[in-house]
Structures are given as structure tokens and as C-alpha cells.
Design a protein around this ligand. Structure first.
Ligand code: GDP
Ligand code: MG
Length: 437
């Protein structure tokens, strides 16, 4: 399975002293094969492994960590980000909150509807109403009634009616009158995508304006799960995905591709036929599960933290002694670049990501700065005070920039040095004084 295959890919790095273009390329090739075999969409797998390669090559060399371990960590983090990063809650706005459940027949809608009702009742203190919207099979209505009884949640039906739209509308009205604050509408599915089914779900959506539309999909169906998700999303613009039957021997590919392909979060995973076998989807836990190597991930995280702390200490000392030079500056720039592109970086700061979404950030912002620093001699980088007129001219020519740009950088560098010293040395007090100037 995927876990075993990934583990084998990491073995390529066993015995290697460090991460190189060549051994990373080999490892990444194996990872890509493993993903595709686990039914991950080809394009998703390619983007994924390209990113893993880029990140792995940009990582700090940590003595305490072996390349294979580093790779596990990189892959883990990319898996988390591929699956959406953080857990996403369902929207419980509205009174009542109307939740519409859609998906193919046999995907697990009815079971999930009951599980969700149970979850909202027990974990969120809600009083739900289940709605039997699959009117074509009497057994389907009976199934929901039985489940409702097990969890002590009422089930709304209109005996003899074959109009799911009318039933849904009436259920919302009844819920309002009875102070039932969540309405969960189970719907009929077909074995394959079908125009009639789509029209019906669309009509229910139109009639009751759900606060939340959840698309339920059987994770054992692999690539089909992704295609079905896409078609349902095109028609319904749903809010989240529910992956069912994750307890079976699923290859996990659906979980990995769906988010990337439809750009909607997976909100729940269903892991059994028992009514409490429902979990909120946590990308990091899923990544742990896929990799089965949580201990290595935390080992690398600790080593990185330690390394970063040591680097910060060294830098701090240098700043205090006025020894911060262009080499350090270059190192800082590289650090920033390693963390991803500037946009990713900005996106990590709460609140900033959204604001910057439509603005183009130039990833080459540092290009000229780097070129200028690299045109300096080692002595000049170590000791910026050497910089006289003729040196500046030479550097400008060597870096393909201009004296104006070189001067600007030198000035910025001096300002930065002063600022850093002030902040670093006296902490908040100095900073406050400076701000008040
Ligand atoms: P629906 O046609 O979409 O309403 O699907 P059902 O809820 O009726 O489920 C179809 C079958 O899958 C039933 O036999 C369920 O017991 C089973 N099922 C649903 N969810 C899960 C799950 O998470 N794990 C397992 N193993 N079986 C499930
Ligand atoms: Mg059903």
C-alpha cells in the first residue's frame, strides 16, 4: 500500500550522507509512482513531487538528521498542505441550519446523515431533524428511521409523497416550529452521475438554500471519487467533502487528490458502520496515517528548532558586536527564500495572505541584492566599511546594476545594521525610544 511504498522510496536515501539533486530526483520519482499507484491524480502527484524536490533541496543541512528523515518530514508537510492544511469546520449558521447531503448511491449518505446528526447532538448540543429525501426506495426511508431511533433523533417523512423538494421545504418549516436547530436532508443517489438526480438535488438546493452542502464519497472508489466530486461540484458548488469507508483497505488517493482537484475541504471522514465512527478530518493526522512515521517527523522538527535557535544566537552575538556583515545578510535572504516563495511566506502571516492574494509579489525581489553582494570580494562582505568609490563602481559593473543601486543597498544595509543592534541590544525599551523619535 501507499505507506509501504513511500517507506521504500525513503530507503533510497539510506546511507547517503546528504541530499543531492541526484538522490532527491530518484526518491521523488519513487514517491510519484507510489502516489499514482494509490490513485492520486497524475497532475496532483507531479505538482506534489516537484514541490517536495524543491523544498528538500532548499533545506538546511542538519548534522543530527539523516537525509531520509529529512525527506519524510518534507513529504509529511507537503501532504498536510495538499489536503488543505487545517481542519475545516462545517458552517452552523442559520436557524435552523440546513445541511444538504448529496452523492452517489451506496456512497454512505444515509449512514453519514445519521452520524452527523449524532455528532451535532452529542458534541455541539444541537437538536437535529433528519429528513428522508430518498423517496424512491421505501427501504431507504425505513433505513433512516431505524438509524434515527438508534441515536434518538427524529426523522421527518411525508408518507406517500414522492416529491423530495416539497418534503425538504416542509421539513425546514416544521423544524422551525419545533425548535429543531439543524435540518439534515438525506437525498437519493444513483449508481452513476445522472441528469435527473442532479436536477433533483439542484432543485432541493434552490428550495431550501442550505447553509452547508456536503458531498459524500466512497474513498474506496479511487480515481472515480475524484471525477464524481468534480461533477457534483460543477453542478452544486458544494461546501465540503465527506470521505466514507476509510476503515477499509482504501488506497488513500482520494483523500489526497480531491482537495487539489475541486478546491473544497474534506470536512469529515467516516470510518465504520457504527454511528459514532465519524471523525473531523485533520490533514496532519491523515498525513501521519499515510506515512506512519510520526516519530521521525517530530524528531526532525525538534532538530530544526534547535538549529534555528543556535543560528539565532550566533546572529544575535554578531549584531551586538557590530559584526553583522554581507555574508550574514546573504544568508538571511537565503533563509527567506528557502521557506518558499515570497507569496507563500506572506500567506503564512495571519491576515496578510488574503490581502496579498491578488497582488503580484516579485519573487525576484532579491535578485539584484544578491547579485550585488556576490560581486563583492570576501573582504568587502566581511567588512562593509571598506567600500570606497572605486570598489562601488567595480561592484556595480560586476553585478550588472548601477552605482545608484549599489549605494542604495549599502545605505539600507547600514540602516538595517543600526536598527538590528538597537532592537537586539536593548529589547523593547530601545525600540520604543526609536519609534518615538
Ligand atoms: P447511501 O446509498 O449513499 O445512502 O449509502 P448508505 O449510507 O446506505 O451506505 C451504503 C453501505 O455502506 C451500507 O451498507 C453502509 O452500512 C455502508 N457504509 C456507510 N458508511 C460506511 C463506512 O464509513 N465504513 C464502512 N465500512 N461501511 C460504510
Ligand atoms: Mg441512502
Amino acid at each position: 500500500n501507499l505507506t509501504d511504498r513511500l517507506e521504500r522510496s525513503f530507503k533510497i536515501l539510506k546511507g547517503e550522507g546528504k541530499i543531492t539533486e541526484i538522490n532527491v530526483a530518484e526518491t521523488v520519482k519513487e514517491i510519484r509512482k507510489a502516489l499514482i499507484e494509490a490513485d492520486v491524480n497524475y497532475k496532483v502527484a507531479k505538482t506534489f513531487t516537484d514541490e517536495v524536490k524543491r523544498k528538500a533541496l532548499g533545506m538546511n543541512v542538519l548534522n543530527a538528521i539523516k537525509p531520509g528523515q529529512l525527506m519524510v518530514k518534507v513529504v509529511h508537510d507537503e501532504l498536510v498542505s495538499l489536503m488543505g492544511g487545517q481542519a475545516t469546520d462545517i458552517n452552523l449558521a442559520g436557524n435552523p441550519t440546513v445541511i444538504l447531503i448529496a452523492g452517489l448511491q451506496g456512497s454512505g449518505k444515509t449512514t453519514f446523515s445519521a452520524k452527523l446528526a449524532n455528532h451535532l447532538k452529542n458534541k455541539k448540543g444541537k437538536s437535529p431533524l433528519l429528513v428522508a429525501g430518498d423517496v424512491y426506495r421505501p427501504a431507504a426511508i425505513e433505513q433512516l428511521k431505524v438509524l434515527g431511533q438508534q441515536i434518538n433523533v427524529p426523522v421527518f417523512t411525508i408518507p406517500g409523497s414522492n416529491d423530495p423538494i416539497g418534503i425538504a421545504r416542509e421539513a425546514v418549516r416544521v423544524a422551525k416550529n419545533n425548535n429543531q436547530n439543524v435540518v439534515i436532508i438525506d437525498t437519493a443517489g444513483r449508481l452513476a452521475i445522472d441528469e435527473e438526480m442532479m436536477k433533483e438535488v439542484e432543485a432541493i438546493k434552490k428550495a431550501v438554500s442550505p447553509n452547508e452542502i456536503l458531498f459524500v464519497v466512497d474513498s474506496m472508489t479511487g480515481q472515480d471519487a475524484v471525477n464524481t466530486a468534480k461533477e457534483f461540484n460543477d453542478r452544486l458548488n458544494f461546501d465540503g467533502v465527506v470521505l466514507t469507508k476509510l476503515d477499509g483497505d482504501t488506497r488513500g488517493g482520494a483523500a489526497l487528490s480531491i482537495r487539489a482537484v475541486v478546491d473544497k475541504p474534506i470536512k469529515f471522514v467516516s470510518t465504520g458502520e457504527k454511528l459514532d465512527a465519524l471523525d473531523i478530518f485533520h490533514p496532519d493526522r491523515m498525513a501521519d496515517r499515510i506515512l506512519g512515521m510520526g516519530d521521525i517527523v517530530s524528531l526532525v522538527e525538534k532538530a530544526q528548532e534547535q538549529y534555528d535557535a543556535e543560528q539565532a544566537k550566533i546572529l544575535h552575538k554578531k549584531i551586538l558586536k557590530d559584526q553583522f556583515n554581507f555574508n550574514d545578510f546573504l544568508e538571511q535572504i537565503n533563509q527567506i527564500k528557502k521557506m518558499g516563495n515570497l507569496k507563500d511566506l506572506a500567506g503564512m502571516i495571519p491576515g496578510v495572505g488574503k490581502a496579498l492574494k491578488d497582488i503580484d509579489i516579485d519573487d525576484d525581489a532579491f535578485k539584484n541584492i544578491e547579485a550585488i553582494i556576490k560581486s563583492m570580494t570576501p573582504e568587502e562582505r566581511e567588512n562593509p566599511s571598506l567600500m570606497n568609490g572605486s570598489r562601488r563602481k567595480r561592484i556595480a559593473e560586476g553585478s550588472g546594476t548601477s552605482i545608484v543601486e549599489v549605494n542604495r543597498l549599502l545605505k539600507q544595509f547600514e540602516d538595517m545594521r543600526k536598527l538590528m543592534k538597537m532592537v537586539s541590544g536593548g529589547g523593547a525599551k530601545n525600540l520604543a525610544r526609536m519609534m518615538n523619535q
